[in-house]
Each structure stands twice: as structure tokens, then as C-alpha cells.
Write a protein of this length. Structure first.
Length: 484
């Protein structure tokens, strides 16, 4: 059993001031797998003090120094991938095969893309005889969720440090282990004391303290839209910069006459991956009415044939959802869909056959769904797909946009036809006959899916201030010499 009872502050593992223990339950076994100390406002104050002191010198470090630091982090991270994967699998239920590749591998991908972005980034440019310089924001708080722990942690920590900031990370209390291992990685890589700090805790405690703290200059949050709104409200009094990557209900438009054997497996896989616990999962499938019955039949076969099993086993199966609360929420939404008139093509309420323990959800496909139903509007965050018919492409675009979210959208079919509607879709990422994310392309949402962008140079820019320098300065003493 893992034990994460200390925080990492100012380059040392330290005891909490008044923290309380919190037990993490393995969602496959429903048994305690690790214990973490939920931090306090006093712990946050210590971390902020350490970060503020470290920022004074680290913000003046040269770009080459920060590149070298990130490269050392890469080497240390590679050594710990098995440990990170095992922790993720045990704490949130990702099958070990996925935890070792997509889950842990995403952290490595973000480190590499950040190094590339930093090497190519100019921290100074000219506007005629004047200059624009890019400087680190200051002390940055990072709040990350449990569903893709390393993806979201490294997508924030790497560019924040690359830009010259000092950071305080609050990971989800559901997945404290991988965050603690990541802190050990940074320590082994020689990150200067105070530049990276880890305070374990929950949202009402540590999260609120970070958002309200007057000496924190920026907060970057990934999580639900509901929680993101609270973060923004708590940050408002100190007018700190707030960056948010929030919920999603991504449409997947199957263009008319597209061969379904080509179009459906990828979209279905995007819903099933990680047991549906992905903010950008294509959970609303829109198919032309002439192909609707065929699509339902094929999707029922795909979802019905997907194995649900122990995440500790190697194999091509999905695991449980993260905890009892999430399981009960999903079950409630499945029941709500049935009550509102949708029909279950495969799956439905309850655990899969043979599973009487663990938070396992049946892969479920709903048919006869209208976009006004709750299951078409709320983020279910489970292996549940709703299938909606459309008659014209304009109607498909209208349905796709009829959501408070705008994180991602998918189009399958003729690229020439797809090109005619890409700009009409209100989403931060549109995938055309494509699968996974590109860590060098911007990631973020429209509408209630958030603001700001992550990944590559776009993530680096998010953690920088822009300063105008009006007037001539000696050429041998540029104002961005230290930062660049």
C-alpha cells in the first residue's frame, strides 16, 4: 500500500501542518490502496513562500539552462515509468497496458514537446525601434484531475518551468501516488529548491487556498466546469490570471455515405478508452438517418464485445471507473436516459456479468436519442455513447454546436466535405479522420470548456507575460537577456 503523508516544499519532503489522512480506494477491489495527507492553508502558505523566493533567481535563468533541466527531467522520468503506471492503474483503474503506454507515456510526450518549443521560442522581438519581451508570470498554481494524471500534470508543469515560473502543484486526491513519484523525478533531476512544490489535498481545502492566495500570480486548472467556475470566483478578488480546461461533450459527425466499418471503430474506441473518463471523448455520435440502423447494429457489436476486466491484467479490455461516486453518477444518468425515452442498444444499468465487486460499468450504447435529453447534454464520464440521427449536414452542424461545451469535435468521412464544415464547428480541436492528440498543437476549449491553450509553444505562451519596452536600449544589453 502506498503512503504519501508528506508534501514536497522547497526541495524537501515535509510534514503537513494540521493535515488529515485520506484513503484512496482501488476501484477494482474496493480496498484501500494508498493513503495521502490532505493539506491545509498553512501548507499552501509555506509552498507559496518557497516558490516566491525561488522565482527571484529562477526567473532570471537562461533558456539553455532550462532546456538542460528539462532534458534531465526526461531521463529521470523514463526510469520511473513502471512505477508511475502501476500507481495510476491501482488508484484510478486504468488497465496496466494503457497505464504504461498512453497514461505514463503522455507525460514523456509533453516533456519532449516542451523542450522543442522552448528551444525554438524567441523571448524578444522588435516592433520597429521598440521591443516586446516575454517574461515568466511568477508563482503559478496548478490544479490537476485524476483521469489522465500524468498528461495533465506534465502539460502544465513542463511549460510553466520552461517559461521560468515557480510552481505549486495540487493533484487530485484520487491519484496522489503518481504525483508524488513525479515530485521524486523532479528532485532527482535537480530542479532548484522552491521551483517545484507539491501540496497534496482536496479542492475545498488546498484548491480554494491556492485560488484565493494573494501571492499567487496565476492558476491553471483542469477539471469539471462546475469546479472551474468555483476556482474562477475564488481567484477573482486577487485578479490573478485564470487558465481553465474544463468539461466536454464532443460530437462525432459521420458524414453521409461514409463506410461505417471505416468510421465507427475509431470513434467507439475514443469513448471506450480509459473507461470513457476523457474530457474529449466523442460521446455524441451523429449519423445520417439513412445509415442509422446499420450504425446502431455495428456499435452494439463493438460495445457489446468489449471486455471489462481487472486493470492489473494485461490485455485489450477496459477497467472500472475511478470510484463509487463516479459509478453512481453514471448509473443515475443511464437510468435517466431510459426514463427520458432513449432505448438501450447494448449495455445498460448495473455491473457487467461476472462482476459483483468493483466500480465496473457496462459499455453502453443509447439509440433513439434527441439532443435535448440529459444523456446528450451532460458529461457522463463513463463508457456510454449516445447516437443521434440527422437528415442534412447543416442539421448535423447545428446539433454538434448545440451544447454548452466546446472542447473537441470529430468528423469521419470525405476530407473535402469535412473541410466545408470544420470552421462552422465551435470547438477548440476538430479531428478529421484522426485519432489522438498532437502535443505540438494547441489544446483547449470554447464556451464552457474553458479558456486558454495548452501543449507545445501554445502552452509555453500561456505561462508568459508580455511586456512592451518603448525606447532605444544598447544592443549588447537586451531587456530579455536573462529570460531568453
Amino acid at each position: 500500500m502506498g503512503s504519501y503523508l508528506q508534501h514536497y516544499i522547497d526541495g524537501r519532503w515535509v510534514d503537513s501542518e494540521g493535515g488529515t489522512p485520506h484513503q484512496v480506494v482501488n476501484p477494482a477491489t474496493e480496498e484501500v490502496v494508498s493513503t495521502v495527507t490532505l493539506g491545509t492553508e498553512a501548507d499552501v502558505d509555506k509552498a507559496v513562500e518557497a516558490a516566491r523566493a525561488a522565482f527571484e533567481s529562477f526567473s532570471q535563468s537562461a533558456k539553455d539552462e532550462r532546456v538542460a533541466l528539462l532534458e534531465r527531467i526526461v531521463e529521470e522520468y523514463k526510469k520511473r515509468i513502471p512505477d508511475i503506471a502501476r500507481s495510476i492503474s491501482e488508484e484510478m483503474g486504468a488497465p496496466i497496458s494503457i497505464a504504461q503506454t498512453a497514461q505514463a507515456g503522455s507525460g514523456l510526450g509533453h516533456l519532449m514537446s516542451t523542450i522543442t518549443a522552448l528551444k525554438g521560442f524567441d523571448f524578444e522581438e522588435s516592433t520597429g525601434k521598440n521591443k516586446v519581451v516575454y517574461e515568466p508570470v511568477g508563482v503559478v498554481a496548478l490544479i490537476t484531475p485524476w483521469n489522465w494524471p500524468m498528461n495533465q500534470i506534465v502539460a502544465k508543469v513542463a511549460p510553466a518551468i520552461a517559461a521560468g515560473n515557480a510552481v505549486i502543484l495540487k493533484p487530485s486526491e484520487q491519484t496522489p501516488g503518481s504525483a508524488a513519484i513525479f515530485a521524486e523525478v523532479l528532485d532527482a533531476a535537480g530542479v532548484p529548491a522552491g521551483v517545484f512544490n507539491l501540496v497534496q489535498g482536496d479542492g475545498p481545502g488546498v484548491g480554494t487556498a491556492l485560488a484565493k492566495h494573494p501571492d499567487i500570480d496565476m492558476i491553471s486548472f483542469t477539471g469539471s466546469t462546475r469546479a472551474g467556475i468555483l476556482v474562477a470566483k475564488n481567484a477573482a478578488d486577487t485578479v490573478k490570471r485564470v487558465h481553465q480546461e474544463l468539461g466536454g461533450k464532443s460530437p462525432n459527425i459521420i458524414l453521409p455515405d461514409t463506410p461505417l466499418d471505416m468510421a465507427l471503430p475509431g470513434g467507439a474506441g475514443g469513448v471506450l478508452l480509459n473507461s470513457g473518463q476523457s474530457c474529449i471523448a466523442p460521446t455524441r455520435l451523429l449519423v445520417h438517418r439513412s445509415q442509422y440502423e446499420e450504425a446502431i447494429e455495428k456499435l452494439a457489436a463493438i460495445f457489446g464485445g468489449k471486455a471489462v476486466d481487472d486493470p492489473a491484467k494485461e490485455g485489450d479490455h477496459i477497467g472500472p471507473v475511478v470510484n463509487r461516486t463516479q459509478y453512481e453518477k453514471i448509473q443515475g444518468l443511464i437510468e435517466k436516459g431510459i426514463a427520458e425515452g432513449a432505448n438501450v442498444a447494448v449495455g445498460g444499468p448495473g455491473r457487467p456479468d461476472g462482476k459483483d465487486k468493483g466500480y465496473y460499468v457496462q459499455p453502453t450504447v443509447f439509440r433513439d436519442v434527441s439532443n435535448e435529453m440529459t444523456i446528450a447534454r451532460e458529461e457522463i464520464f463513463g463508457p456510454v455513447l449516445v447516437v443521434i440521427p440527422y437528415d442534412t449536414l447543416d442539421e448535423a452542424v447545428a446539433i454538434a454546436n448545440d451544447t454548452p461545451y466546446g472542447l473537441g469535435a470529430y468528423i469521419a468521412g470525405d476530407p473535402a466535405v469535412a473541410k466545408t464544415i470544420v470552421r462552422k464547428i465551435r470547438a477548440g480541436s476538430v479531428f478529421v479522420n484522426a485519432g489522438g492528440l498532437d502535443f505540438n498543437s494547441p489544446f483547449g476549449g470554447y464556451k464552457q470548456s474553458g479558456n486558454g491553450r495548452e501543449f507545445g509553444k501554445f502552452g509555453l505562451e500561456e505561462f508568459l507575460e508580455t511586456k512592451s519596452v518603448i525606447g532605444e536600449l544598447p544592443a549588447d544589453a537586451p531587456p530579455a537577456e536573462a529570460a531568453g
